[in-house]
Ligand binder design. Structure first.
Ligand SMILES: Nc1ncnc2c1ncn2[C@@H]1O[C@H](COP(=O)(O)OP(=O)(O)OP(=O)(O)O)[C@@H](O)[C@H]1O
Ligand SMILES: [Mg+2]
Length: 228
């Protein structure tokens, strides 16, 4: 696939503390997984790319503008029904009334929550709320979906369900940029892996190569510890 995004010397410092260090990367894969230890700068990098944070140096260059959505580790639910939570995201972009409802219904079907559409979103389980967040993203028909540790608070069954939905996005042609701690999950989902350590992108490899033999020593150590 062709390049859609390039990071040029992208960096972020907060009060003298460097969080992301001059990252140069180009992205072309369908599903890129960002791996690295706690505090490496994965979430910050994702937020910089999505435009939620402004870089201190360097730039984020899109080959073409892409419609984007983001899902976080902890879903943010409005104090209303599941259906209205999904509709709300569509009110922010310009989608007509009938089309909005159609898309919201279709999105809830996708994530397997159509039967809960009238339920108060905040009383749902964590796994169900995350699926509402994914439905909200689905309704936006993103060309690029950002996911920041979307299963970190979920049990294995809910995590697998979220992985299934991420697979559906990819099958529908959505590009995926996602962080995770879970090596098994990265193995199941990634076409490509970017390994981040202390704010640096120390390796970018096709997933098969990365999991067979990472080039970077820190990435190798990370995999060894995860497998212990
Ligand atoms: N606004 C901020 N001001 C100062 N330091 C920050 C800020 N945001 C993040 N940091 C620090 O930057 C580092 C990277 O944080 P980040 O959340 O991006 O890491 P991460 O790789 O996502 O970690 P985790 O795996 O725990 O989610 C951490 O040391 C964090 O404390
Ligand atoms: Mg994080």
């Amino acid at each position: 696939m062709s390049e859609y995004l390039r990071l040029e010397s992208l960096g972020l410092a907060e009060r003298g503390h460097t969080i992301v260090r001059e990252i140069n990367l180009s992205f072309a894969a369908r599903r890129t997984l960002i791996l690295g230890p706690n505090g490496a700068g994965k979430s910050t990098l994702l937020r910089l790319i999505h435009g939620l944070l402004k870089p201190s140096v360097g730039s984020v260059r899109w080959t073409e503008p892409l419609r984007q959505a983001m899902v976080f580790q902890r879903p943010i639910m409005l104090r209303t029904t599941v259906f209205k939570n999904v509709l709300y995201g569509l009110k922010l972009v310009r989608v007509g009334d009938g089309e909005r409802e159609r898309r919201a219904h279709e999105a809830l079907e996708r994530v397997g929550l159509a039967h809960l559409h009238g339920r108060a979103a905040r009383v749902l389980s964590g796994g169900e709320q995350q699926r509402v967040a994914l439905a909200r993203a689905w309704a936006l028909e993103p060309q690029l979906l950002f996911l920041d540790e979307p299963t970190a608070s979920l049990d294995p069954a809910s995590s697998r369900e979220v992985e299934r939905i991420i697979g559906e996005f990819a099958d529908a042609g959505t590009r995926i940029l996602m962080t995770t701690h879970n090596l098994g999950q990265a193995r199941r989902l990634a076409d490509e892996v970017v390994f981040i350590d202390e704010g640096r992108a120390v390796e970018q490899s096709p997933a098969a190569d990365f999991f067979r033999q990472p080039r970077d020593a820190r990435a190798a150590a990370f995999i060894r510890e995860e497998l212990l």
